[in-house]
Ligand binder design. Structure first.
Ligand code: ADP
Ligand code: MG
Length: 239
């Protein structure tokens, strides 16, 4: 069992909590226990890095926290409410309205324009076209990509693609941004720019950051680091 990992007493309410989170993939001979009982709290406005070797369960944990997958057992709670009590449509709405995602593999639609990629979450949320365009362009300006709005996503560099992903992740004004190896495919100078954008948002807008990373520099910039090993949190350090 992992030790409970908690936010400091008297700090802000936890935005996200888990209790004894277990994830098992497969069954029988191919059964794999990816998470072995994770209890943690993430305060609103906190920046948390999840670190550890490949295969230790970081992405699995992030997917469960981000409501992209369901645990085998245990609880994920958002603003104090267990998510399992919500209907699937409510979970989808919560995810779309409150969360932003940035992944290593970009997941852009290569044939669509930069702007079309960025406004996708707004489209899902039913925001009218005119407002989508307005908000999408604001976000692109902020990430210094306005001049690329009409380009196809496939025609961008890696660093530009990751900035498009960040713009898409932020266009719905999420309260929590999940990033899984956000700089994993970028050179070090571009990584630095992407990091500066993420931590700027964290500082200036109080966005909660949950970052899975192999990158020690990126982890060091977070207020808290959770070290995973074999499906458990084995260590926690604070800045
Ligand atoms: P990390 O992100 O730390 O590299 P993951 O959470 O991706 O680790 O994976 C943890 C373990 O669970 C790995 O051994 C991986 O092979 C296994 N795993 C991940 N996803 C699946 C899946 N969909 N089916 C079976 N095994 C999986
Ligand atoms: Mg991973």
């Amino acid at each position: 069992m992992s030790a409970p990992v908690t936010a400091p007493p008297g700090g802000p309410e936890p935005a996200l909590e888990t209790e004894n989170l277990v994830k098992v993939y497969g069954s029988g001979a191919s059964r794999f226990d990816a998470l072995k009982g994770i209890t943690l709290q993430i305060a609103a406005g906190e920046s948390v890095a999840v670190v550890g070797k490949s295969g230790s369960g970081k992405s699995t944990l992030m997917h469960l926290l981000a409501l992209l997958d369901q645990p085998t057992s245990g609880v994920v709670a958002m603003d104090g409410q267990p998510v399992s009590q919500l209907k699937p449509a409510e979970v989808a709405q919560l995810r779309n309205e409150r969360f932003g995602f940035v992944f290593q593999q970009f997941f852009l639609n290569p044939a669509q324009t930069v702007l079309e990629n960025v406004v996708l979450p707004l489209k899902i949320a039913g925001v009218p076209r005119r407002e989508r365009t307005e908000r999408g362009m604001q976000m692109l300006e902020r990430l210094d990509l306005a001049d690329k709005a009409g380009n196809r996503a496939m025609d961008l560099s890696g660093g530009q693609k990751q900035r498009v992903c960040i713009a898409r992740a932020l266009v719905n004004k999420p309260t929590v941004l999940f990033a899984d190896e956000p700089t994993g495919n970028l050179d070090s100078a571009t990584s630095r720019t992407v990091e500066d954008i993420l931590f700027g948002l964290h500082r200036e807008e109080g966005i909660t950051l949950v970052v899975v990373t192999h990158d020690d520099d990126l982890a060091a910039r977070c207020q808290r680091r959770l070290v995973m090993q074999d499906g458990m949190i084995v260590e926690e350090t604070r800045a």
